[in-house]
Each structure stands twice: as C-alpha cells, then as structure tokens.
Design a protein around this ligand. Structure first.
Ligand SMILES: Nc1ncnc2c1ncn2[C@@H]1O[C@H](COP(=O)(O)OP(=O)(O)OP(=O)(O)O)[C@@H](O)[C@H]1O
Length: 309
C-alpha cells in the first residue's frame, strides 16, 4: 500500500521548471531516502508533498489525501524540518506538554514521559532546552514530531550539524521508529552513509528529474546475487580465470580489468569457484565479496544526468 504517491509533479518558479514532472511512491513501513545535490528540487518536492506549496501540475497524495486541505489527515503525519520547532526557554517536558495539548492527546502525561524515555532525555526533562546540545535538541525534536504517534514521519536532514555519536543516536531512533512502531519514514538527506544504513528505498533527484528510484537492495544489484572480485597474480592468469568463470554454472556477468576479475555468483559457493580456479593453475591472490555503495550509485546517477544534459 502506497503511503505517499507523487505523480508527474511539476513546479515552476519565475518561468523555470524546477520540478519537471517527477513521480515516485513510498510504501507502508518503508524508510525512504530522498537524495540529490543542492538545488535539485528536494525541498520544493517536500513542500508540495506536505501541502505547503501548490504544484503547477501533477498530483500528490499522502495517506490517500491532500495535506494542504485535510486537517484531520495532518494529525496522522509527523514533520521535523530544519528547525526542531522547540522553545529554548521552556524545559524539555514543557515543550512536549505544549504539543501534547495542541494535539489533544488522550493520555498526554503518559505519552510525554514515554517519548522522553524513548529519546533518552528523561533525566534532563526539567532543564531548559536552551541548555541542550545540538544532538539533544534534535532528539527532542524527533520526540516532538512523533508525539502524536504519526503513521508517516517526514525528516529533513535530521543529522546535519551533529557529531558522529549524535548521528548514530538519530539513526538508531529512525530504525526503532520504523522497526518497532512500523512507521513510514521520508528522509530528506545529503548523508549517503546514513541513507545506506537506514533506508529501504531511495529516489535520486537531479535538476528537477528523478534519475533513480528503487529499493536499496536492487540499486546495489544484490537481488542478482553475490558480487565477487578475484585478484590474480598477473593479467594472463586473470584472463584464464575469467574464461573458467564464464564456463561455470551459477556465475554471470564476468568481467576482467588487469589482474582483477569481477563476477556475480547466483548459485553455489565462492569457495567452490576459487577451488576450480586454483585447480586450473590460476594464481589466486585474493577473493572478496563486493557491494556497490550508495555513494557509487548516487555519483553515477548524477554524472550520467550531467552527461545527458
Ligand atoms: N520560492 C522560490 N522562488 C524561486 N525559486 C525557488 C524558490 N524555492 C526554490 N527555488 C529554486 O528551485 C530550485 C530547487 O530548490 P530546492 O530548495 O527545492 O533544492 P534542494 O534540492 O532542496 O536544495 P538543497 O539541497 O540545497 O536544500 C533552486 O534552483 C532554487 O533556487
């Protein structure tokens, strides 16, 4: 079931098409990463999805409706944009109490206590937020965004400006929300490592067009099998090894570059393949399983797009 559906979305600013008819969807329970270089149109897309900006063409649906016009629907959505939406003068508890009243929660005290625990801030609940570190403020911002137990959560650059430890805490919170609470998460981020670790699907936007949109697993080619790289002692040995691998069942997409041979293992074990190479007299120096990183995929998509414009 699609929680977010974007179809042929167009947005024009000052006569310039900033979004050129983009389409993507986010399924229930997914953590979706929305990627793209500066100025690609990510914020514009998110503002259209949240109903803060009116598209020039196309359609946007969140939980089957329009967030721009449907008040009850907005209560089923959590949003954490650049600012954490907190008052520095109030304590952590007072901040959440305020939003609990705003959302008209049924058991506000319980829910606020639960959320302070969830983000690990119960011991600091009586301190003014102005005394908090950037990481603590971000965690409280996430607690604020999920206070009303939303079905879908929008996060804009949740780890920007955070040190590695705080980034890790934010990442764990996102994974907890997705795995334990079954929340659908829309993550707008430049942090490819974070996206690779938490997202199940991604879209890459570049100059107002979607250049890639798929599950992380498929983009990394993992559904095809295990990607292997075999390093041999010399190019001749590598050529011989690639011929042998090409003739083996359960191995596809064999490619050689200098002393290195890459292949995809669709069936059988890497050890059995290496045994055959060694028995045939190939000087195998190293074998490793390789995974395409999201960074490679991202850079390829962006460079391809730049080459085609
Ligand atoms: N209100 C506006 N009026 C005119 N142009 C705008 C407006 N908002 C955005 N733009 C332009 O639209 C393009 C896309 O901007 P957007 O902020 O959506 O990009 P982004 O992908 O979010 O970038 P970043 O990663 O830097 O935040 C940019 O060229 C920007 O200058």
């Amino acid at each position: 079931m699609s929680i977010i559906k974007v179809k042929n979305l167009k947005k024009i600013f000052n006569g310039r098409e900033v979004l050129e008819g983009i389409s993507f969807s986010v399924e229930k329970g997914e953590v979706f990463g929305f990627l793209g270089p500066n100025g690609a149109g990510k914020t514009t897309t998110v503002r259209c999805v949240l109903g803060l900006l009116h598209p020039d063409a196309g359609s946007v649906e969140v939980l089957g409706g329009d967030l721009g016009t449907d008040d009850p629907l907005r209560r089923r959505v959590g949003v954490l944009l650049e600012s954490n939406g907190l008052s520095d003068r109030l304590t952590a508890q007072e901040n959440l109490d305020y939003f609990a009243r705003l959302y008209d929660l049924q058991n506000p005290e319980e829910r606020v206590a639960e959320m302070l625990r969830f983000v690990g801030l119960e011991e600091r609940k009586d301190n003014p937020v102005g005394t908090f570190s950037t990481g603590m403020k971000r965690k409280l911002g996430i607690a604020r965004a999920v206070l009303n137990d939303p079905e879908v959560l929008f996060l804009d650059e949740p780890s920007s400006g955070l040190d590695p430890e705080a980034q890790l805490m934010v990442r764990d919170l996102i994974l907890d929300l997705s795995k334990k609470e079954g929340m659908t998460v829309f993550l707008n981020s430049h942090n490819l490592d974070e996206v690779q670790r938490v997202c199940t699907s991604v879209a890459i936007l570049h100059q107002g067009r979607i250049r890639a949109f798929d599950t992380v697993e498929r983009l990394r080619g993992e559904e095809k099998g295990t990607h292997l790289e075999v390093v041999l002692g010399d190019p001749a040995s590598a050529e011989r090894a690639s011929e042998i691998l090409r003739g083996m069942p359960g191995i596809t997409e064999v490619d050689r570059e200098n002393e290195s041979v890459t292949a995809i293992l669709t069936d059988g074990s890497a050890a059995a393949a290496v045994r055959e190479l060694v028995q045939a007299g190939c000087a195998v120096e190293e074998i490793r399983k390789v995974r395409r990183s999201l960074e490679q995929i991202y850079l390829e998509a962006v460079h391809q797009a730049e080459g085609s414009t």
